[in-house]
Write a protein that binds this ligand. Structure first.
Ligand code: MG
Length: 270
């Protein structure tokens, strides 16, 4: 009986590997799962809610304060008492007074990683934001990677960045870590030569350069795409066979992944 079950399992695995059209494509919730009650972009609640719906990853943006505290925020500025403040020029004590739309205080990276430690399966896709100061960027990467290691979270994080120098930085600080490049202007061949794990490009780039998906796969790289929210674009990136889809609509992407794509069927029948 056991032997028969093993043979059955192996047959299913072979079928999934070789039958065209069956792919494993994963969903990443952009800035967490925030389009839901009690959540907000880049909040700890958004991370926990992304974990609760069972997606592969939750994306998040990291900056460093002027006094060296890594914090979570998307934009280069925050607004406090109707005044814009640059995150990297502002001390943490002031940044902490900022409240997210769900009532959470602006989180520290430490708090975010502690929350990740309690999640059941989700990966945190950490974006290192481009700072004006290269010293701030290096300090941010070093401190974040140290915190990840102190908590034993290496297998639960991946990194992304627009700055190509972050690829080198992450490779130096943690050679086992995966870092993907966001800026859309380098071929998979060039990214492979600088040690990136793959590309994470805007969907328009991949619509113009669909051949980059296969080229990346042939080089052993993974392909992520951002930020895909409209059904027609979601269907197109599914058809492109990207590995990860970063989206503000994780439930919609999941629904479309379950449905056969008419586009893909047409292609297969040619
Ligand atoms: Mg981001």
């Amino acid at each position: 009986m056991k032997k028969r079950n093993t043979i059955l399992l192996l047959s299913v695995m072979m079928f999934m590997l070789f039958v065209p059209g069956i792919q494993s494509q994963e969903i990443i919730a952009h800035r967490g799962f925030w389009k839901t009650e009690g959540s907000a972009q880049n909040s700890i609640a958004a991370l926990m809610k992304a974990d609760s719906i069972g997606v592969y990853g939750s994306e998040v943006d990291f900056w460093i304060s002027s006094d060296g505290i890594p914090v979570v925020n998307h934009d280069a500025t925050v607004t406090l008492n109707s005044k814009p403040l640059r995150v990297e020029d502002t001390p943490f004590e002031t940044l902490r007074k900022v409240t997210l739309s769900n009532g959470e205080p602006l989180p520290t990276v430490e708090e975010y990683l502690n929350a990740l430690g309690t999640c059941s399966r989700i990966k945190l896709i950490i974006e290192f934001k481009s700072h004006r100061s290269k010293e701030h960027e290096a300090e941010l990467a070093r401190k974040v990677i140290d915190m990840v290691h102190q908590r034993g979270l290496q297998m639960k994080v991946e990194y992304i960045a627009f700055g190509i120098h972050f690829v080198q930085l992450v490779n130096q600080l943690d050679p086992q870590a995966a870092i993907y490049y966001l800026n859309g202007d380098m071929s998979p061949q060039v990214l492979s030569s600088v040690g990136a794990a793959g590309l994470d490009y805007h969907y328009d780039v991949l619509f113009r350069r669909p051949e980059w998906v296969q080229a990346a796969h042939e080089l052993g790289q993974k392909v992520n795409v951002w930020t895909v929210n409209q059904p027609e674009n979601i269907r197109k990136v599914i058809d492109l066979k990207v590995d990860f889809i970063t989206t503000n609509e994780p439930l919609l992407v999941r629904e479309l992944l379950k449905k056969p794509s008419p586009c893909r069927n047409n292609r297969n029948s040619q």
